[in-house]
Design a protein around this ligand. Structure first.
Ligand code: SF4
Ligand code: MG
Length: 309
């Protein structure tokens, strides 16, 4: 029994949506306990759907094949009640939008206690919460605990959500686009807080993000997704990114002159070609007629590209 997430041949499709093609096709990856991983890729690449699948939160109408093993359970086939009662208390989730994530008519202290009750550990003492919130750079904690969300700034709310995500000492922390839309100063604060959680609370994290520098600061593993497939698994996109799509993401960073990826993402192209082929400067005849596997470059590094077959 391990607390790794082992994703085995996961395919997800939303049959009733306009796009009948797979949203995720044949995803195979292990998120190891004790390791911080990032899932990156453009909007619509399937990264959010992958994380919903890990958490057992795919909508009922989704058509799902494959397995996700976690602690001797298959998250995809256990009843949701089991996920709620047994599994989800091991998981701390930092939602994307602080203002939507908190109950507007409940004081902060009460909302911490609600989380404690759900995890059957009971109310938190003010001292415990002071410790945790102070370490995230907040002061005047007793006043904060007696406030309603609207009385606090966005930055304060986000730190409160960080503290809420880890207050029951979860085995895993999930963060969805934690730096999206933030100015540089707030971005650095979030990055600092994530690093703090990682060193003080739990090493095991999955970040969904567009923020490549953040993955470099926080994560030991980066999973690069494109059009519903994993294109590369590497320890660093900057120093070890090999896939032409990974290179294109790096070239698209403002610091590198903002070279856009031509024509944007190709969604769910023909399964008989490389999905990146229409945009790839290295595409050969083979790339347009056959589909590359995820080839191992070394133990920790896989690339879905014929150049590394
Ligand atoms: Fe480019 Fe071919 Fe590699 Fe696809 S398989 S990324 S088209 S070189
Ligand atoms: Mg998304």
């Amino acid at each position: 029994i391990t607390s790794d997430f082992c994703v085995d041949h996961l395919c997800v499709a939303f049959p009733n949506s306009m796009k009948s093609a797979n949203v995720l096709s044949d995803i195979n990856v292990v998120f190891r306990h004790g390791i911080a991983a990032a899932v990156i890729g453009e909007s619509g690449c399937g990264k959010s759907v992958l994380v919903l699948a890990l958490l057992g939160l795919l909508p009922k109408y989704a058509s799902v094949h494959g397995h996700i093993f976690y602690n001797s359970f298959d998250v995809l086939s256990v009843p949701f009640a089991i996920i709620q009662s047994n599994l989800s208390k091991h998981w701390g989730i930092i939602p994307q939008s602080p203002s939507d994530a908190l109950n507007p008519i409940r004081k902060i202290k009460k909302q911490f206690d609600d989380i404690g009750k759900n995890a059957s550990r009971g109310n938190f003492s003010v001292e415990e919460l002071c410790d945790s919130l102070t370490s995230l750079g907040l002061s005047d904690i007793e006043k904060i605990l007696q406030s309603y969300p609207h009385e606090l700034s966005g930055g304060m709310l986000q730190r409160i959500l960080f503290a809420m995500a880890v207050c029951c000492e979860p085995e895993w922390v999930f963060a969805d686009e934690p730096t999206k839309g933030l100015d540089e100063q707030s971005r650095q604060q979030v990055s600092h807080n994530l690093l703090h959680l990682k060193t003080k609370k739990t090493q095991s994290m999955i970040l969904i993000t567009h923020d490549l520098p953040l993955t470099e600061e926080i994560c030991e593993v980066v999973v690069v997704m494109y059009a519903g497939e994993i294109m590369e698994i590497t320890n660093s996109v900057y120093t070890n990114g090999l896939h032409p799509y990974t290179r294109a993401l790096i070239a698209a960073l403002p610091i590198n002159g903002f070279n856009p990826i031509p024509d944007g993402p190709v969604k769910n192209g023909s399964s008989r070609q490389c999905r990146f082929a229409p945009h790839c400067a290295y595409a050969s005849k083979q790339c347009k007629h056959s589909h590359p596997n995820l080839y191992s470059v070394d133990d920790m590094h896989k690339v879905r590209c014929f150049l590394y077959a």
